[in-house]
Write a protein that binds this ligand. Structure first.
Ligand code: AHR
Length: 501
C-alpha cells in the first residue's frame, strides 16, 4: 500500500479550535458515580472527586465537557441536583433504568471542571419532559449575577459568581423514538426556536446547539436538518451530529473505514446548512457540533439496561466497552476526520469520558487506567491544539470494503503547530498490508529546514489486544523507527517517509 500527503502552505483550512477536543459526561452507569465522584475512594479529595481520574482527564487533554446528558437529560430536573445534598431527591432515571441520587449536580460539575484545569461546561437543557420555562430558569440560575429569585438561590447554594455557561444544547437526540419526549421535526423546531429566543432574551451571548440527527442512518436524516434549520437557523450557532461505529457481522474492513461515513455525514449536514443559509438569504453562519462520537458496541451485553419495576440500581455497570487496538485505530481515523473538517466542525465531544464507552476506566475502590482509545485522543490533543489544519491533499492506494466500496487505504491530515512544527496524523485502514507513507512538507521560512522527525504508532499484531485492570498498559503508542527524511538532510521542502504497519 502506498500513499502520499502534500502539506501545502497555500491551503490552510481552519484553526484547530480547542472545542474540537471536547468530551461528554452523562449521568449514566458509572460515569459520574464511581467515575468522577467516589467519596469513599482512597483517592477522593474533599469534594469526593477522584484525584486519579482528574489527573488522567488532564493528561487526556479534553476541553469542553457536555453535561448532564445524553438521553438522561430528557427526564432531568436540574433543580434536584442543587442545594444541600441531604435534601436532594432520589429519582427514577428512565433513560438508563437506574436511580439518580442527585448527589452530583451543576455545582459539583462546575467545581470538578475547575479542578481539571478550567475546562468549559457545555450544558444541555431538557426538551423532553420539559420546555421553555425550565430552560429559562436554569439559565437564570446559572448565568444571572444576582438579585433575582433563582440567581440568589445559586448564591445561597455557594456559588457567588455566575457559572457563565456559554454553550447550550437545546435538548438531546429529539429525532430518536427512544428519547423521552421524542418529537417530529416540526414540533421540535418550533420548541427549539422558542427556547432559543427566550434564552437570548436573558443572555444574548449564549451559543446554542440545535439537535441534528442522532445518526447518519436515521430514516429522517436530511429532512430533519432541513426542517429544523429552516425554523431555527438565525437563532442558533451549531447543529449537532452524533455517530457511533462498530463492526457489523464481523466486517472489520468496513469498520476500519468508518471515517468515510463520518466524513460523508459532515459534508451532507454542511450542504443542509448552506442550502438553508441561501434560502433564507441569511448572513449568519451555523457550524457543526459533533457532540457525540466514538466506537460503541451497541446491542452487546454491556449496553443492556436493567429491567423490572422494582429494579432501579444506582450507578450500575453500563456501556463499559473494553476497547481493542482495532478500536483505537478506527477512533484515530475519526479524529483525523474531525480535524480534516475543521472548517465545518467547530466543536466535538467524545462520548464519553469515564467508564461509559470511555477512554478512562476505574475499578470501584481501585485504580484508574487508560483504554486504548485514550492514546490517539491524548496525542492528537497535545500535538494539534492551537494549530492550523491544512486542507488534506492525499493520494492513496485503495482498500476494498463491502459497506463503502473502495476507500483510500491511508487517511491523513496535517496541522501547523503554534511552535512552527508540522504534526501529521495518519491511519492505515488495511488489515494485512503495511503502508509506505510519504509526506512532502512545506519549506520553512528562510530555508531554515526542519530540525528533526519522529513518529509514534499505535499498532498490535493482535488487533483484539486491550488494556485492562490487570494489564493497563498492554496497548500504547510506540516509537516508529522508520520515520526519516528522504535524502541526506532536512532541506527546505523535504520529504518524510514512514512505514505504517
Ligand atoms: O452516549 C450514550 C447515549 O448515546 C447518549 O445518552 C445518547 O444521546 C446517545 O444515543
Amino acid at each position: 500500500l502506498a500513499a502520499h500527503l502534500t502539506v501545502d502552505p497555500a491551503f490552510e483550512l481552519a484553526p484547530v479550535r480547542d472545542r474540537l477536543f471536547g468530551s461528554f459526561v452523562e449521568h449514566l452507569g458509572r460515569c459520574v458515580y464511581g467515575g468522577l465522584y467516589e467519596p469513599d475512594h482512597p483517592e477522593a479529595d474533599e469534594d469526593g472527586f477522584r484525584r486519579d481520574v482528574i489527573a488522567l482527564v488532564r493528561e487526556l487533554g479534553v476541553t469542553t465537557v457536555r453535561y448532564p446528558g445524553g438521553n438522561f437529560v430528557s427526564g432531568y430536573r436540574w433543580e434536584d441536583g442543587v442545594g444541600p445534598k441531604d435534601r436532594r431527591p432520589r429519582r427514577l432515571d428512565t433513560a438508563w433504568h437506574s436511580t439518580e441520587t442527585n448527589q452530583f449536580g451543576l455545582h459539583e460539575m462546575a467545581a470538578w471542571l475547575r479542578k481539571t484545569g478550567g475546562n468549559e461546561l457545555m450544558e444541555a437543557v431538557n426538551l423532553g419532559t420539559r420546555g421553555l420555562e425550565d430552560a429559562l430558569d436554569l439559565l437564570e440560575y446559572a448565568n444571572v449575577p444576582g438579585g433575582t429569585a433563582l440567581s440568589d438561590r445559586r448564591r445561597a447554594n455557594g456559588a457567588e459568581d455566575p457559572f457563565n455557561i456559554r454553550m447550550w444544547c437545546l435538548g438531546n437526540e429529539m429525532d430518536g423514538t427512544w428519547q423521552l419526549g421524542h418529537k417530529n421535526a416540526h414540533d421540535y423546531a418550533t420548541l427549539a426556536a422558542d427556547v432559543a429566543r427566550g434564552m437570548r432574551q436573558i443572555d444574548p451571548d449564549v451559543e446554542l446547539v440545535v439537535c441534528g440527527s442522532s445518526s447518519h442512518g436515521m430514516p429522517t436524516f436530511g429532512e430533519w436538518e432541513e426542517t429544523v434549520l429552516a425554523k431555527t437557523y438565525d437563532l442558533v450557532d451549531y447543529v449537532s451530529c452524533h455517530a457511533y461505529y462498530q463492526p457489523h457481522d464481523g466486517d472489520v474492513a468496513s469498520f476500519l473505514a468508518s471515517g468515510v461515513d463520518m466524513d460523508g455525514f459532515i459534508r451532507e449536514v454542511g450542504a443542509a446548512i448552506d442550502a438553508t443559509k441561501a434560502r433564507l438569504k441569511s448572513g449568519h453562519d451555523v457550524a457543526i457540533s459533533f457532540d457525540e462520537w466514538n466506537v460503541w458496541y451497541q446491542g452487546c451485553e454491556p449496553s443492556k439496561v436493567p429491567e423490572g419495576i422494582g429494579n432501579w440500581p444506582v450507578a450500575p455497570h453500563l456501556l463499559e466497552d473494553v476497547y481493542s487496538a482495532l478500536d483505537a485505530v478506527v477512533f484515530g481515523d475519526l479524529m483525523i476526520t474531525l480535524l480534516a473538517n475543521a472548517d465545518r466542525v467547530h466543536a466535538a465531544s467524545l462520548a464519553q469520558l469515564v467508564n461509559v464507552i470511555a477512554p478512562i476506566m476505574t475499578a470501584p475502590g481501585g485504580p484508574a487506567w487508560r483504554q486504548t482509545t485514550f492514546h490517539p485522543f491524548a496525542l492528537t490533543a497535545r500535538l494539534a491544539r492551537g494549530g492550523t489544519v491544512f486542507t488534506p491533499k492525499i493520494s492513496s492506494d485503495a482498500v476494498h470494503t463491502d459497506r463503502y466500496g473502495d476507500v483510500p487505504g491511508v487517511d491523513a491530515v496535517a496541522v501547523r503547530r503554534a511552535d512552527g512544527g508540522i504534526a501529521v496524523f495518519a491511519v492505515n485502514r488495511s488489515q494485512d498490508a503495511a503502508a509506505d507513507f510519504e509526506i512532502t512538507l512545506p519549506g520553512q521560512a528562510g530555508g531554515a529546514g526542519y530540525r528533526a522527525v519522529g513518529a509514534l504508532t499505535l499498532h498490535e499484531d493482535d488487533m483484539a489486544a486491550a488494556n485492562t485492570l490487570e494489564h493497563p498498559d498492554r496497548v500504547i503508542p510506540r516509537t516508529n523507527p522508520t520515520a526519516a527524511f528522504a535524502g541526506d538532510s532536512p532541506e527546505a521542502a523535504p520529504t518524510v517517509r514512514v512505514t505504517l504497519p
